[in-house]
Design a protein around this ligand. Structure first.
Ligand code: ARG
Length: 464
């Protein structure tokens, strides 16, 4: 007989229970209780399959099924007593099942190991999060499409090096983020497809001698098929790494947009006004309205990318098959998932609520000689100058305007002709920002017509 203090699940060969420090480093129940619903779903599928294949009796399977439902409702209503001595969610559930239904509970773990069990539970959990990320991204993209449609022809400065470069449209800028979050969406869908193979039935590492039906459990849990190699099935955490990688890239996109919102909402820019609902005040400076949500979104990328790096490091040197190191996968993924979902929701809320300040945007659009390229293009198109010469002439005109402290359209025709004699009055038609953006009709360009076409394309994609 085993010592009373040894573990009731695996204590057969142990004479004494674990040291308190051992228990502390070993236990995962503090966090893996988040997979309770997945654990119970996996056990239900496994028990039903064991009965269908004749490994356990129908009566036992029915007792297990009902017992698991009782345990699930205890967990959902918060009456379940989690025990650190029982290490993890798998053993907590099984031990409670034993208390509820007695002897048949001991048959549930036939042809199964915690190794395939945890891989299955965790995959189901990550799969749910991929679905949540898909919804979050779709909602954010829709919010951006709303902004883009409303402001398809609102002019604003486009930047390179954060210096005014050429005028663009508000809609075009919003649609740039639609492309980014659209790629995030395709990464999420792609990862979900690839990860959707069931580890259940791989058992500890080698498969099992029981006549189990892995196709049946895979189908019951919504997997496309069972994973084809039992060693790989229990030691694969690619799905978690792909989740974290997709989350990291998406967090970078969120962070870049957040950075723009921080800049744009400042008193120096005033490009956007964030709603009160997504801003905070200062406890000392009454005038302040701070873009805290944007700043926190900007910061979340650190946690998410940190989780990605951490799990990569956990996995990089592990021999096949399961090692306990892999228990360190969950907290990283849980935290990254929470951060990503929250950041997506906060960004969606901010985008829906924010007001683009059309006048400020338009005023800024004309600063910084933003139509200099249009002037150079006119010299090429109308006067037939080589682009390099046109660039040089335009540079001289910019220098002249800068010296006078005025913008390009404020120069006189005489000023222009002093620099290049063949320039005509017609040149002034291309110096306005509206003309500039309207002319950029190349596919994917900033012209309102192009922006509207892209909004329509995305609306069709999302509807399909
Ligand atoms: N709590 C463990 C984990 O999260 C479950 C698997 C334990 N397997 C084992 N052979 N000790 O990875």
């Amino acid at each position: 007989m085993t010592d009373q203090a040894s573990n009731q699940m695996w204590g057969g060969r142990f004479a004494a229970g674990p040291d308190a420090i051992m228990e502390a480093i070993n236990a995962s129940i503090g966090f893996d209780k988040r997979m309770a619903a997945q654990d119970i779903a996996g056990s239900r599928a496994h028990a039903a399959m064991l009965a269908a294949t004749g490994v356990i009796s129908d009566n036992d399977a029915e007792a297990i099924r009902e017992g698991l439902l009782t345990v699930l409702s205890e967990i959902e209503t918060g009456t379940f007593q989690f025990s650190t001595a029982l290490e993890d969610i798998h053993m907590n559930v099984e031990a409670r099942l034993k208390e509820v239904i007695g002897e048949p509970a001991g048959r549930l773990h036939t042809g199964r190991s915690r190794n395939d069990q945890v891989a299955t539970d965790f995959k189901l959990w990550v799969r749910d999060q991929l679905d949540a990320a898909e919804s979050g991204l779709l909602a954010l993209i829709k919010a951006l499409l709303g902004q883009a449609e409303a402001g398809a022809d609102w002019v604003m400065p486009g930047f390179t090096h954060l210096q005014v470069a050429q005028p663009v449209t508000w809609g075009h800028h919003m649609m740039a983020y639609v492309e980014m979050f659209g790629r995030d969406l395709s990464r999420v869908r792609d990862a979900r497809k690839r990860m959707n193979e069931s580890p259940l039935g791989a058992a500890a590492l080698a498969g099992t001698s029981f006549p189990i039906d892995r196709d049946m459990t895979a189908a019951a849990l919504g997997f496309d098929r069972p994973a084809a190699n039992s060693l790989d099935a229990v030691s694969d955490r690619d799905f978690a790494l792909e989740f974290l990688s997709a989350a990291s890239i998406s967090a970078i996109h969120l962070s870049r947009f957040a950075e723009e919102l921080v800049i744009w909402s400042s008193a120096q820019f005033r490009f956007v006004t964030l709603s009160d609902r997504f801003s905070t005040g200062s406890s000392i400076m009454p005038q302040k309205k701070n873009p805290d949500a944007a700043e926190l979104i900007r910061a979340k990328v650190g946690r998410i990318f940190g989780a990605n790096t951490a799990l990569m490091m956990v996995m990089k040197g592990l021999p096949l098959a399961y090692s306990k190191d892999m228990q360190e996968d969950k907290e990283q993924v849980f935290d990254a998932a929470d951060s990503w979902m929250l950041a997506l929701a906060a960004m969606e809320g901010m985008v829906k609520d924010m007001t683009a300040n059309r006048e400020e945007l338009a005023a800024a659009a004309g600063t910084g000689f933003s139509t200099a390229t249009d002037l150079a293009d006119w010299l090429v198109r109308v006067l037939g100058l080589p682009f390099r010469d046109a660039h040089h002439v335009t540079g001289s005109l910019v220098a002249l305007a800068e010296g006078r402290g005025c913008d390009l359209p404020d120069l006189t025709l005489a000023d222009m002709q002093n620099v290049h004699g063949e320039i005509t009055q017609d040149v002034f038609t291309v110096l306005g920002v509206e003309n500039s953006v309207n002319s950029r009709l190349s596919y994917g360009g900033t012209a309102p017509a192009q922006v509207r076409a892209q909004v329509a394309r995305w609306t069709t994609i999302l509807a399909g």
